[in-house]
Design a protein around this ligand. Structure first.
Ligand SMILES: Nc1ncnc2c1ncn2[C@@H]1O[C@H](COP(=O)(O)OP(=O)(O)OP(=O)(O)O)[C@@H](O)[C@H]1O
Ligand SMILES: [Mg+2]
Length: 259
């Protein structure tokens, strides 16, 4: 399964990616996290790595070289890419967890991020997952990635929705765009929810819009305070909540955990 975690900026996408990755590892999956957010760079820390991977963009000579070098021989030129084929400096690895990053905007006036969108789209399309391997994509905020076709080879989308209506509206847009390109597994996870009453209201609002809800991560002071160190807590309520989210996703897709 290639699952992409989408939503409005700051809704908690990277946090949910890190929590999901950790839950999937506990269930025996090999997890490949794909950092497809060209603006934020802290995902590696949330996943417990000390430094970021060299972005795949560098493998094709950086943004400027993309057009010329996309045709030259390297793993990205293959028709199918297995995780094991990705050169080591571009692939951080710790036990069954792996992380690749597409590219980051490093300088002002370096131009738009479209080449990274192209690379994300091509990489995800070619990515050939092994048995028991799960790809979790930390998508850039908002909906532009749909315009760039990044989601075309994704089979499941998890939309992170916070209580503000604007977040619900972005979630709706993502739901419509994802459904429009034929993705069947599109669900919402509610995040930073302050109370049971708001959870019920937010769920009703999403269901009114035909968006299926796979779980709720309540507002958690530990998550917020750990974020000052760029980390996520290894235990606590959210760890239990994400377990339920994962269970719900697996039962909706009919998938069984490797262990
Ligand atoms: N359930 C939660 N409870 C409390 N704080 C949370 C929760 N989820 C996320 N946060 C906090 O919200 C902030 C934004 O989270 P995160 O970086 O995961 O969002 P994002 O959607 O990836 O943001 P961006 O769009 O910038 O990539 C962080 O400070 C994080 O700790
Ligand atoms: Mg993020």
């Amino acid at each position: 399964m290639k699952i992409s975690v989408c939503g409005k900026e700051g809704s908690g996408k990277s946090t949910i990616v890190a929590l999901l990755a950790s839950e999937a590892l506990k269930r025996g999956y090999k997890v490949l996290v794909v950092d497809s957010d060209e603006s934020n760079s802290g995902l590696y820390r949330m996943l417990g790595f000390d430094q970021p991977p060299v972005p795949l963009m560098e493998l094709v000579g950086g943004k400027k070289g993309l057009r010329q070098k996309m045709g030259q021989p390297n793993v990205l030129g293959e028709t199918n890419i297995r995780t094991a084929q990705i050169p080591e400096e571009y692939l951080l690895q710790k036990d069954s967890l792996r992380l690749v990053a597409i590219g980051k905007i490093l300088q002002s006036l370096e131009g738009c991020a479209c080449p990274m969108g192209v690379l994300s789209r091509e990489f995800l399309k070619k990515l050939d997952l092994a048995e028991g391997e799960l790809a979790i994509v930390d998508m850039e905020a908002g909906v532009e990635h749909f315009g760039r076709g990044v989601d075309t080879s994704i089979d499941s989308i998890l939309i992170v929705v916070e209580p503000p209506l604007e977040s619900v509206n972005v979630g709706q847009k993502i739901y419509d765009l994802a459904s429009g390109i034929g993705i069947k597994n599109v669900w919402a996870v509610m995040n930073k929810v302050p109370s049971g009453e708001i959870a019920a209201r937010l769920k009703a609002e999403l269901e009114k819009r035909q968006i299926k809800v796979v779980g709720c991560i309540y507002h958690d002071a530990d998550i917020f305070s750990s974020s000052l160190d760029g980390r996520i807590p290894a235990k606590g309520v959210a760890v239990q909540e994400i377990k339920e989210v994962m269970q719900s996703i697996l039962s909706r897709t009919g998938m069984a955990s490797p262990i």
